[in-house]
Ligand binder design. Structure first.
Ligand code: G3P
Length: 217
């Protein structure tokens, strides 16, 4: 399973990259705004900087919602760096845009996926990734993990190349359950990745080893 980090924060991207487990980065307009990035030039420069820090696929989301505008914007984003993946919303014009970019060999990530039908449509249109939002489904009392399972079954039935990129991750348990189901990728905040490290028995065990090691000095 690939690990992406879901942030536009450069320090957090560096920290995950330094850990040696990072396979890519996802961003969205809300995450970019959170970092105070605004204006076209600043946005494009920020994506270029992310590509310099992290190896692997870097999702850059279009801000427009019509086919023509998404094509123009997506081509501009894709030209920034070979690792850029154009992130497209799951709307009718978005499906058409996915097909356009797929035909051109440009990687895409279809975002805001909340149903298996949406994932199926995006895969049919040739999306490289689909991003089902687990946490936001859990937030409204719908089990997000069921959606990952449904999409896994459908993609396996027809051997779609499209990868399941589990998004809106809120906890290390989300990551573990995605791995059990067979999501191809999880994109997570740094905190949930780092929380995978933690176990009290590791801490107490290490404290004992360190104490005993001192006796051997
Ligand atoms: O990047 C898309 C997704 O991961 C957003 O997550 O936490 O805003 O629901 P969240």
């Amino acid at each position: 399973m690939k690990f992406f980090i879901d942030t536009a924060n450069l320090e957090q991207i560096k920290e995950a990259e330094d850990l040696g487990i990072l396979d890519g980065v996802t961003t969205n307009p809300s995450l970019m705004a959170k970092e105070g990035i605004s204006g076209k030039e600043a946005i494009l420069n920020h994506y270029k900087t992310i590509c310099e820090i992290a190896d692997g696929d870097i999702s850059a989301e279009v801000l427009s919602t019509t086919y023509e505008e998404m094509i123009k914007e997506g081509e501009e984003l894709a030209a920034l760096h070979p690792n850029i993946v154009v992130k497209i919303p799951m709307i009718k014009d978005g499906v058409k845009a996915l097909k356009y970019f797929s035909n051109k060999g440009i990687k895409t990530n279809c975002t805001l996926i909340f149903s298996a039908g949406q994932a199926l449509l995006a895969a049919k249109a040739g999306a490289t990734y689909v991003s089902p939002f687990l946490g936001r489904l859990d937030d409204i009392s719908v089990d997000g993990m069921n959606l990952i399972e449904e999409i896994r079954i459908i993609f396996d039935n027809y051997v779609f190349d499209t990868e399941i990129l589990a998004a809106s991750i809120r906890s290390p348990m989300h990551i573990i359950n995605c791995a059990k189901i067979g999501a191809d990728v999880v994109t997570s905040p740094l905190a949930s990745i780092l929380n995978l490290l933690k176990h009290p028995l590791t801490d107490s065990g290490l404290a004992q080893f360190v104490a005993d090691a001192k006796k051997m000095d």
